[in-house]
Design a protein around this ligand. Structure first.
Ligand code: URA
Length: 191
């Protein structure tokens, strides 16, 4: 990790800025991967397994993300950076609430600024709505890229939704990953 990212992670280590700290989280799940990644994934928030291991996307959704990343981009997760909108597990995997998202937002923004990826792939509605500042349904937003800083943002479906929905949704997520790959090459990045 870069020194600045390490400092940010240390700052969040025992965070009590929002109520998730006292609602059963085991540990803060800051993020994982290359500090200089050209591709960054942003999910929603840690689930049970993530809360246990302290790492994002290590449960069933993460297995699907790893699989599609490998099959469509030819890479493993150590080539990218992975983070979430909220860094602490919401109880019983409920949706993160607006005050929790607002508390955590500056930390995601600092991660994005420090990593400065060429392409951000947002996984599901929470990260897409937050970073694109819109409330459009994810099903309408996905399927194209959006300017984001010096790069682009490619929204896609959340892997948990894809797991529930089956083949057509998986095909859409695969197509979005290919979209991200093409954008990285166009922007002179590497995977
Ligand atoms: N779902 C998310 O949005 N993030 C994780 O880290 C795991 C599951």
């Amino acid at each position: 990790m870069s020194t600045a990212l390490e400092a940010l992670a240390a700052d969040l280590h025992d965070c009590t800025r929002c109520k998730l700290a006292s609602l059963g989280r085991t540990q803060v799940v800051f993020g994982t991967g290359r500090p200089d990644a050209d591709l960054m994934f942003v999910g929603e928030g840690p689930g049970e397994e993530e809360d246990r291991q302290g790492l994002p996307f290590v449960g069933r959704s993460g297995k699907l993300l790893d699989k599609l990343m490998f099959e469509e981009l030819g890479i493993t997760r150590d080539r990218v950076y992975i983070a979430n909108v909220v860094k602490c597990r919401p109880p019983a995997n409920r949706d993160p609430e607006p005050d929790e998202i607002a508390s955590c937002r500056p930390f995601l923004e600092q991660q994005v600024e420090l990593i400065a990826p060429k392409v951000i792939v947002t996984l599901g509605k929470f990260s897409t709505h937050l970073l694109l500042d819109t409330k459009e349904p994810i099903t309408r937003l996905r399927g194209q890229e959006y300017p984001f800083g010096a790069g682009v943002l490619v929204p896609t479906l959340h892997p948990a939704y894809v797991l529930r929905g089956g083949g057509e949704l998986a095909a859409q997520m695969r197509a979005d990953l290919v979209r991200a790959k093409v954008a990285i090459a166009r922007l002179g990045g590497a995977l």
